[in-house]
Design a protein around this ligand. Structure first.
Ligand SMILES: [Zn+2]
Length: 435
């Protein structure tokens, strides 16, 4: 009985920490939108405000909050930086806050940054269109937005999103899509963020991998890329799940869209693939994009990362995990040679940085991918050689287990490796140390 009670208490404690978003969004053909978000979250003693991020504003004034209230009472809000909005909670706070936010915005018609918040002839990519609650761990984990790298730092939450769209658009989002009485409804649990793309004139291809539905949405001329994306995903899932354990989500969607300075972008249960790479689906880079973004479902989606302070953590893990797909084709050594070249080049470009550097240590992105992706993957590769496969992958599984649906710290992964073999310390010095 006591155990039973303890379990109930644990369950209640867990419930009080799950943030929920109920979002209503109406999008017009011209790319303007209005929305309302009902956010329910736990509040710790002493917490007087909630901080929300409007990430698209890193590139211009694209989204704004117009109103905030709780119950009947309006809440005071101010913007301290275009991407950071403070909502002041009412006095005499409780353990949970339920607040409503009204927001509006417009999608630019050009691809800014990665091009993940943009309207083109056949797509509306709505990444981070809504106010995203910043993580609180005794203080707000908030940084200025950088024009490169991934900037989202968030805890997982449960989402229900109701969409009113122009009739010819179909939504593809982080969750299960349903159409009822003229509205689309998408819901998903334990999502680090809610990814959303609207497409028109697209076709889709479906497949199933061990009861996990896989779908690709693509412009009709790019069917070969969609077929290849499914094939790579199926093969990579066989390999990743054997090494890392089960796939973290109930399904996965992929959408081929125009992107700018990115080959692909990851969201929970959703992957964007850059259209220009889909023109040549038999190229190695195309398979690499799919394999890399798929690996992010574990590293970023399930195991959260502070992508600004420790961008190496999910990028190195995703890069190394994706190389397992190439290893199965006898191409791991090729990858290692490529990483060495990119890492050495990054060291020449930005000698002050290390693999463990934060985003702000890469002025205008100098050396970023060479250190974070290539150098980080080299570190993991050399660690694997030192520990052997069995211990290396069991350490990755332990790390995953420990930080499932939470924000992880890189130091914990390094410690896990070092506990297995103290000689890892010299690799840590080599890749993370500053001379
Ligand atoms: Zn990545």
């Amino acid at each position: 009985m006591r155990v039973f009670l303890a379990l109930i208490l644990l369950w209640l404690a867990f419930l009080s920490f799950a943030t929920t978003y109920s979002i209503e969004l109406a999008v017009e053909t011209d790319g303007t939108f209005v929305g309302k978000a009902l956010v329910c979250t736990s509040v710790e003693p002493g917490q007087r405000e909630l901080l929300f991020r409007l990430y698209p504003n890193a590139f211009g004034p694209f989204v704004k909050l117009t109103e905030a209230w709780s119950g009947e009472a309006p809440l005071h809000m101010d913007s301290v930086e275009p991407t950071v909005w403070v909502i002041h909670l009412p006095e005499g706070g409780t353990q949970t806050a339920t607040i409503q936010l009204r927001f509006e915005g417009r999608l630019p018609k050009e691809l800014l940054g990665y091009g993940i918040f943009a309207q083109t002839s056949f797509t509306m990519t709505l990444s981070q269109f809504y106010p995203i609650l910043a993580p609180w761990d005794g203080e707000w984990r908030v940084y200025p937005a950088f024009p490169f790298g991934d900037n989202v730092v968030a805890e997982v939450a449960d989402y229900t999103v109701e969409l009113t769209l122009p009739a010819d658009f179909l939504p593809v989002g982080s969750g299960e899509e349903n159409f009822r009485s003229g509205k689309w409804r998408i819901s998903g649990e334990k999502l680090r963020e809610f990814g959303l793309v609207l497409v028109r004139g697209y076709e889709s291809l479906s497949s199933v991998w061990q009861e996990i539905p896989l779908r690709v949405f693509f412009p009709p001329s790019l069917r070969p890329a969609a077929e290849k994306a499914i094939k790579v995903t199926q093969e990579a899932l066989d390999i990743y799940t054997e090494k890392l354990g089960d796939f973290p989500y109930p399904d996965l969607d992929m959408v081929i869209v125009p992107l700018a300075s990115a080959g692909g972008v990851e969201y929970p249960r959703l992957i964007l693939i850059g259209e220009k790479y889909a023109l040549n689906p038999e190229s190695e880079i195309f398979a690499e994009i799919v394999a890399h973004e798929l690996a992010h479902q574990w590293w970023y989606g399930e195991v959260g990362v502070d992508q600004v302070r420790e961008p190496w953590l999910d990028e190195a893990l995703a890069t190394y995990t994706s190389s397992l797909y190439f290893e199965a084709k006898g191409k791991l050594q090729e990858k290692v040679v490529e990483w060495r070249y990119r890492y050495e080049r990054a060291k020449r470009l930005n000698p002050a940085a290390t693999v463990g550097s934060a985003l702000w240590e890469f002025p205008s992105g100098q050396g970023y991918s060479g250190y974070v992706y290539a150098g980080g993957a080299l570190f993991l590769h050399e660690t694997r050689e030192l520990l052997g496969d069995a211990l290396f992958f069991s350490a990755l599984r332990s790390f995953r287990e420990k930080f499932r649906w939470r924000l992880a710290q890189g130091a914990e992964l390094l410690e896990l490796f070092s506990e297995i073999n103290p000689e890892v310390a010299s690799l840590v010095r080599k890749y993370f140390g500053k001379d």
